[in-house]
Ligand binder design. Structure first.
Ligand code: C5P
Length: 223
């Protein structure tokens, strides 16, 4: 059995983007490397947790020592998360597409020569974080969401925490120019029931270590 402060704890982590098909060869996606989610899963496993890592098509490889579930769409991600429960904690680092294409084609769409363009129709995807945060029985003791913001980080993230019903929000500034999206560093504000705490700009691995340590403390206190 694993050693460490999270030994015996089961934690579900979502990561990466989702891809929502338009037809068999095309898709709509969110921009996400999966770097922060992957670093977090690695850090949690390093503290002894049994990690179920549910990931969309990310650009960084998944960590060692975790159970990897590969998914493509938001609907598949929700099903995989629900199948991975019960868990002590769930951390939602994935960049999930808010909408899927409702009229996705079974065959590759072709130009018809007239210059007419196809019209895509959208349907809202399930909010995986909100669904799990608002579960009655079987809700993980600690539910953590992420919030990528470009302005009023703490205010928007505090509102998001209340709206989604999660325990913590890890908010970050993804404005162009910060270099955070796809970069090696992150600067986060942690929103809990006690308010907002801004951490210094750190490497994504250091942010992950710090967050994993906080999760271990919280679960150790029987949150
Ligand atoms: O509302 P917004 O997309 O900004 O919320 C971000 C948080 O919600 C992240 O933790 C993300 O993983 C999660 N999320 C989700 N399912 C969605 C949309 C977002 O789990 N459909």
């Amino acid at each position: 059995l694993a050693d460490g402060p999270l030994a015996g704890k089961r934690i579900v982590v979502t990561s990466g983007p989702t891809h929502e098909p338009i037809d068999p060869v095309r898709y709509i996606a969110n921009r996400s490397s999966g770097a922060q989610g992957t670093a977090l899963a690695r850090a949690l496993a390093g503290l002894g947790a049994e990690v179920v890592f549910v990931t969309g098509p990310a650009t960084v490889p998944p960590p060692e020592g975790v159970t990897v579930i590969l998914v493509e769409t938001a609907q598949q991600m929700l099903a995989a998360v629900q199948g991975a429960l019960p868990a002590d904690a769930a951390v939602f680092a994935a960049a999930v597409a808010d909408w899927r294409v409702a009229n996705a084609a079974d065959q590759k769409m072709k130009k018809d020569g007239t210059g007419a363009a196809p019209a895509l129709e959208f349907a809202e995807n399930p909010d995986i974080l909100a669904t799990v945060a608002q579960m009655g029985t079987g809700r993980p003791a600690l539910v953590v969401g992420f919030a990528a913001e470009t302005e009023n980080i703490a205010d928007h993230a505090t509102a998001k925490r209340a709206r989604k019903g999660c325990d913590w929000i890890v908010a970050n500034d993804v404005s162009p120019g910060t270099g955070i999206m796809g970069g090696a560093e992150n600067e986060v504000t942690l929103i809990t029931a006690n308010g907002a705490e801004t951490w210094p700009r750190l490497g994504k691995a250091q942010v992950a270590d710090r967050l994993a340590a906080r999760i271990a403390t919280a679960l150790g206190q029987g949150v």
